[in-house]
Design a protein around this ligand. Structure first.
Ligand code: FES
Length: 133
């Protein structure tokens, strides 16, 4: 998927990367994605989009495939709980995950700020949930 031009007018130090469309996200369910080699977990809870680092720090399970308990996602492997609003781990506070800044543009495209994240080059592109298996 080629990157469209950024839809934001203001100058920014952020590194906005397209990661999907809001139509792919179901309220109250997680979505596992990989963008430029970075695994992400996308959540839409109570009208708010949140994107977390997608690998559970315990044993690398995909947090986007966990289930939601209010605004917490429960890891599908060993049930550690993470706050989707902040990335804080309730089970083990030493093992929180990163919460990424995100936006939905007027076309419904979801953008995530990957500044400060080491990624593969742009040719690594975007993997849909289907491609992730
Ligand atoms: S892999 Fe997530 S709790 Fe073990």
């Amino acid at each position: 998927m080629s990157q469209p031009l950024l839809p934001f007018d203001e100058p920014s130090e952020n590194r906005w990367v397209l990661c999907g469309n809001i139509s792919e996200v179901t309220e109250g369910r997680g979505l596992a994605l990989e963008v430029q080699g970075v695994r992400l977990a996308v959540f839409y809870v109570d009208g708010q989009l949140d994107i977390l680092e997608g690998r559970c720090p315990h044993a690398n399970a995909p947090l986007g495939r966990g289930w939601l308990d209010g605004s917490f996602v429960v890891c599908p492997l060993h049930r550690w709980k993470f706050d989707v609003r902040t990335g804080e781990c309730r089970t083990n506070p030493q093992k929180s995950v990163r919460h990424f800044q995100s936006r939905i543009d007027d076309k419904g495209l979801i953008w995530v700020d990957l500044s400060g994240v080491e990624t593969l080059n742009d040719s690594a592109g975007f993997k849909s949930p289907q491609e992730l298996g």
